[in-house]
Design a binder for this molecule. Structure first.
Ligand code: NAD
Length: 477
């Protein structure tokens, strides 16, 4: 069966791609299983793994320009973002795990009383990797680089809205020379093939990035045969801006923190709390700059904000905005489909700013996954920490102040997996990332990220000298 892939900037069909049937899903899992159980891959040395990962990294860089264009065509994101962020970062992740896998996967030995313990890292086996549409290539590369570095075989499923760059990656991987069955990439809607993929007994690990709603279903599918899970889910993150912050940096950083990638970021700072002394000025500057954001086709280098991913996503965002208005939040900017005739055919949406969003409101509590922000004022430190933590999510936080020791203290109190101080969205391959509460569990990137894809085994060797170990005489009559 074939499925049309739509350019969100104009609603036109870019191409058609094949959709995996249940029989093809079955073949992909079987191929990954046999490659792990009977293929040459598990016997590859760490050095051989490293060389293959480096080939993928180089392959991405060789095709960087084409990949960036394709990512923008398929997702609508500005070409500057795909060219300078998504594609080079994808290549860097493979390079990073290639260069660090020996260090991170090294055995550890413990000398104990009368024994020695060796802790070894082994791959889980077959890893299913499920990827969302907001960073299609980058998130696929995070997961693939770690799963392969740890020695697993994989079945990777991109979002059926955005499979194009991952299908190009499949060609790069195939040219790199992996043994047959180690990497299997299948396209298809999660509703159609997700359960089959995730419930299969031959799958050992599922790494999922997507909504909390789908994450909960996957936890259900996986529970029958108790699989290892890595869950990177939704967010409703908070940014706290103090009156002593570098004002311009805080305004510009905050714009980025909610409007980059059309606000379709798990770690978007969709709630901004500003200290009351600077609140009016902050709101005025933030609103004025938001109005100047240039919407358009992502392929145009002047474009600062592209379309949302689909008509359905735009409808979801509009319904969140309407609900917020009904519940009493005040819309002070944007929040509607733009009038401009040149972009009428795409799924564009004007960045929306709300004030007076109360804790009980859905706009304060629920993830919109679009360019919609609430800006509230605060005067009391304890109160703002309580409000920042008052949602079911706990993914990220951002703190803006010159008082770094206050910021460090606050970072410890904000319930989130990562906190940025005087910046936003700095991702490093060295630094692990992931959420708490309904934002998920498990980590991506860094040493912790790689170790999520490998299991830990202890091997204990008796070292008793001049006597028998206890177990040998306990019943030794
Ligand atoms: P989604 O949950 O709708 O889909 C994510 C993936 O899951 C897609 O590949 C989809 O096809 C698949 N899927 C859907 N139903 C499935 C099912 N029943 N079984 C198995 N797979 C299924 O999410 P989305 O709309 O693609 O992405 C947006 C969401 O992703 C947001 O909630 C965002 O916060 C989250 N996200 C989280 C992170 C993170 O690191 N925490 C990063 C990016 C995006």
């Amino acid at each position: 069966m074939k499925q049309a892939i739509i350019n969100p900037a104009n609603g036109e069909v870019i191409t058609e791609v094949a959709v995996a049937s249940p029989k093809e899903v079955e073949s992909a899992i079987s191929a990954a299983r046999s490659a792990f159980d009977a293929g040459p891959w598990p016997k590859f040395s760490l050095q051989e793994r490293k060389e293959l990962l480096l080939k993928i990294s180089r392959g991405i860089l060789d095709k960087a320009q084409g990949l960036a264009k394709l990512e923008t065509l398929n997702t609508g994101k500005p070409i500057k973002e795909s060219t300078f962020m998504d594609i080079p970062s994808s290549a860097k992740t493979f390079e990073f795990f290639a260069n660090n896998l020996e260090k991170y996967l090294k055995d550890e030995t413990l000398e104990l009383e009368n024994a020695r313990s060796r802790s070894v890292r082994q791959p889980y086996g077959v890893a299913v990797l499920i990827v969302p549409w907001n960073y299609p290539l980058l998130i696929a590369c995070w997961k693939l680089a770690q799963a392969l570095a740890a020695g697993n075989t994989v079945v990777l499923k991109p979002s059926s809205l955005t499979p194009l760059t991952v299908l190009e990656l499949a060609k790069i991987i195939s040219e790199a020379g992996f043994p047959q069955g180690v990497v299997n990439i299948i396209n298809g809607s999660g509703e159609a093939i997700g359960e089959q993929l995730c419930a299969d007994k031959r799958v050992d690990l599922i790494s999922f990035t997507g909504s909390s709603e789908v994450g909960k279903k996957i936890i259900g599918y996986a529970s029958n045969n108790v699989k290892k899970l890595i869950m990177e889910l939704g967010g409703k993150s908070a940014s706290i801006i103090f009156k002593d912050a570098d004002f311009e940096a805080a305004v510009n950083g905050s714009l980025c923190s909610i409007f980059l990638n059309q606000g379709q970021m798990c770690a978007a700072m969709s709630r901004i709390f500003v200290e009351d002394d600077i609140y009016d000025k902050f709101l005025e500057d933030f609103t004025a700059k938001s109005r100047r954001i240039k919407l358009g086709d992502g392929l145009n280098y002047e474009t600062q904000m592209g379309p949302l991913i689909s008509e359905a996503q735009r409808e979801k965002v509009i319904s969140c905005v309407e609900k917020a208005k009904k519940e009493g939040a005040r819309l002070v900017c944007g929040g509607k489909i733009p009038d401009s005739p040149e972009i009428k055919k795409g799924f564009f949406f004007e960045p929306a700013i709300f004030t007076e969003a109360a804790e009980r409101m859905s706009i304060f509590q629920e993830e919109v996954f679009g360019p919609v922000v609430c800006i509230n004022k605060f005067s009391d430190l304890e109160e703002v920490v309580k409000l920042a933590n008052a949602t079911d999510f706990a993914l990220a936080g951002s703190i803006w102040t010159q008082d770094v020791s206050l910021a460090q203290d606050l970072a410890g109190k904000i319930n989130s997996g990562i906190n940025w101080i005087n910046t936003y969205g700095m991702f490093y391959n060295e630094v692990s990332y992931g959420g708490f509460k309904q934002s998920g569990f498990g980590r991506e990137l860094g040493r912790e990220g790689l170790l999520e894809y490998s299991r830990f085994k202890s091997i204990v060797i008796d070292q008793t000298k001049d006597a028998k170990p206890l177990v040998n005489y306990w019943y030794g009559f």
